[in-house]
Ligand binder design. Structure first.
Ligand code: ATP
Ligand code: MG
Length: 670
């Protein structure tokens, strides 16, 4: 193998793993030991050794991780070569497979991908349709049940509860009729397509001759099956993972895949890495003391050649407001006094809802932050509208999108007509779009409604035709279409304040800019490819606000923080019932919660603070809280326990006093 500069920085076992490119390789190692670095160096090495970039596939769990991996590879080789390697999530790999073969599974090639908010909208409609408006079945619950069932390979008939059974049945039928798939379908259908078609299997096996999977501990059964289907005779597959970081059991991830790996890919080279390059020994010892309490794990001893650092602070706060205020001020002070970049900080929490109060604090002090896992840019009302137009243009059968746009802006097709068309479409098992065109249906309508439908049909048809050309400038097309339907005016009319209208119009503008950018970068993908990319960005765990991705403090769930690292981390809201989550007791997933905290702790490079609150508001009322029972398992030697009162009463050091006066002066002079 030809040497390249990336290899020089690796330690001997890392190097061995990076240089072994034929046959199965299993890298099992703890957090921060350079697993991901091995994968990226391995990719670079292959390219140095003249393996064509298009034959290399690296699969990761999040889009963010995929982007980071591509960037790391690009620094070792060239941007251009890195661009040719397929580095993607399981879901986007499935989309690629399905775009070439979904017709064999009874769908049309232009299928739409439904994100969670589309799914919930559809489920809500189905629940109301089947059980009436008063039905208490929560669409989110139904979604979870159905998703779980799909991943376990269960069909509607497997449910005892008749309502869920009917909802599941209708949901699948409606999706198919709308030529749409959800995220679970992506996996299921891709696996089915490959299982049923040996020729496809062979062609993908020839296509990707070298396959790598990061965060392998979080693959589920279906993902493992997919891997077995696309790995060819040469068996060039390398997986890296850490059983201590398996945190997706609730999504069907199966730790036994690690054991199975050796069963399916016999005689793998097994590489162990033990030196941690990320954290101080103080942080590592704390992490080790916690994870030791999990039974059934492969014993690992992590060590670092870094010095001991500051002990981890464990602070009890009176309430969530104080917790947020103190942490945000702490970050502010560190930034001002020690010149630390805001990018160096991360606030890690167990549940999305915990971020709001921090956001408020950050906004108040005008500190830049990026929220990962919050409302996505693409879920904003106006952006969703535009996306819905584009979805209908590429897939006329997409009823969810069609119903969203048919009367926005209003065009003379009233609520009664829309309802009648929906009923008609259910009776005829057609799409709403086709129902609207149906001569028999139209005959039941007044002339005015008929004309309005005719105009709508003409509009969609015209743009559909335009967009069906893969070389069409779809960004320009969208701009023209929005002008034609006078969307700007519609937004203006529907906002309460001019500020709101401004913001929404800006969002549309930004979306169009994004489209132009994507058009330039990946011309050949066409509109459908662009829409796939947008849908795939909205994977449940990592929806983020694109605009705020650039710079600032990261606000992130522990689940989404996997694989990332930050100099300073704050793990917040560590109360019993939140971490471990109250459900974990009844569901017997306490070990998984412990691994989640372990993931959180091992994100920190230099300093770590863990906080919990004596009281927290629930539905407006303050409720007393207990500290996380995991604290008892943490080695007290590595902790500095502090009560907020002590922090508040602590004598102020000279620097902060001066800073305080400077801030006061600044405020007074404004
Ligand atoms: P996780 O389990 O959290 O995903 P990981 O095992 O994938 O962690 P990496 O993210 O690859 O670990 O590496 C952790 C940090 O250590 C990175 O900053 C990486 O650049 C650095 N690192 C890895 N290997 C070495 C090495 N041999 N020399 C110096 N730094 C290294
Ligand atoms: Mg990693």
């Amino acid at each position: 193998m030809i040497q390249h500069k990336g290899l020089i920085g690796l330690n001997p076992p890392q190097r061995e793993a990076a240089e072994t490119i034929s046959g199965p390789v299993l890298i099992l190692a703890g957090a921060g030991t350079g697993k991901t670095r091995v994968v990226t160096t391995r990719i670079a090495g292959m390219i140095y050794n003249d393996i064509p970039a298009r034959e290399i596939l690296a699969v990761t769990f999040t889009n963010k991780a995929a982007t980071e991996m591509r960037e790391r590879v690009a620094t070792m080789i060239s941007q251009e070569a890195a661009g040719e390697v397929t580095i993607c999530t399981f879901h986007s790999l499935c989309v690629r497979i399905l775009r070439t073969c979904i017709e064999r599974l009874g769908y049309k090639k232009n299928f739409s991908i439904y994100t969670q908010s589309d799914q919930l909208g559809l489920l809500k409609k189905i629940i109301v349709r089947t059980a009436g408006k008063d039905e208490k079945l929560d669409p989110k619950m139904a979604n979870m049940e159905i998703s779980g069932a799909k991943n376990r390979g269960e069909v509607p008939g497997d449910f005892d509860d008749s309502l869920i059974r009917i909802v599941y049945e209708n949901y699948q039928r409606d999706l198919k009729q709308m030529n749409a798939v959800d995220f679970d379908d992506l996996m299921l259908l891709a696996v089915r397509g490959l299982e049923e078609n040996p020729d496809l299997r062979k062609s993908w096996q020839r296509h990707f001759r070298y396959i790598m999977v990061d965060e392998f501990q979080d693959t589920n059964h279906l993902q493992m099956t997919l891997l077995r289907l696309i790995v060819g005779k040469e068996r060039n597959i390398c997986v890296v993972g850490d059983d201590d970081q398996s945190i997706y059991g609730w999504r069907g991830a199966d730790i036994t895949n690690i054991l199975d790996f050796e069963r399916f890919f016999k005689g793998p080279k097994i590489v162990k890495l033990e030196e941690n390059y990320r954290s101080t020994n103080t942080i590592l010892r704390l992490a080790n003391s916690l994870i030791r309490h999990n039974i059934d794990r492969r014993e690992k001893t992590l060590w670092s050649s870094k010095e001991d650092g500051e002990p981890t602070k464990l602070i009890s706060m009176p309430d969530a407001e104080t917790e947020a205020e103190w942490i945000v001020n702490e970050i502010h002070d560190e930034h001002r006094m020690h010149d630390r970049s805001y990018n160096d900080f991360a606030i890690l929490f167990r549940m999305n809802a915990q971020s709001r109060i921090f956001e408020e604090q950050f906004r108040e002090l005008e500190i830049p932050y990026k929220l990962i896992g919050g409302q996505s840019f693409y879920e904003r009302r106006e952006v969703k509208d535009v996306l819905a137009y584009l979805n209908v243009i590429t897939n006329n059968d997409d009823d969810v999108s069609l119903l969203r746009i048919i009367a926005s802006p209003p065009r003379g097709i009233g609520g009664g007509t829309i309802e009648a068309a929906t009923t008609f479409s259910i009776e005829r098992q057609s799409s709403v779009y086709d129902a609207l065109q149906d001569i028999e249906f139209q005959a039941s309508l007044p002339k005015r409604a008929q004309n309005a439908i005719g105009r709508f049909h003409e509009l969609i048809q015209r743009y559909s035709e335009f967009a069906s050309n893969p070389n069409a400038d779809y960004a320009e097309m969208t701009t023209t279409m929005l002008k034609e339907i006078n969307y700007d005016e519609y937004v203006k009319k529907n906002c309460k304040t001019p500020d709101e209208a401004d913001m929404r119009r800006k969002n549309v503008h930004e979306f169009l800019e994004g489209m132009h950018f994507s058009m330039k970068k990946k011309k050949k993908r066409g509109l459908r490819g662009f829409l796939d990319g947008v849908a795939l960005m909205q994977d449940r765990e990592e929806r983020g606000d694109e605009k705020e991705q650039g710079h600032g403090v990261s606000l992130i769930t522990m689940h989404a923080s996997k694989g990332l690292e930050f100099p300073c981390c704050f793990i917040v809201g560590a109360e019993e019932g939140t971490l471990p989550h109250s459900r974990s007791v009844e569901e017997g997933t306490r070990d998984e919660e412990r691994r989640l905290l372990y993931v959180g702790i091992t994100r920190a490079q230099e300093c770590l603070t863990i906080t919990w609150c004596h009281s927290r508001r629930k539905y407006g009322d303050p409720l007393p809280c207990m500290p996380s029972s995991f604290f008892k398992e943490l080695d007290p030697e590595e902790l500095e326990k502090v009560d907020y009162k002590e922090l508040a009463d602590a004598p102020v050091d000279e620097d902060s006093a001066l800073d305080y006066f400077a801030r006061m002066k600044e405020m007074l002079s404004q």
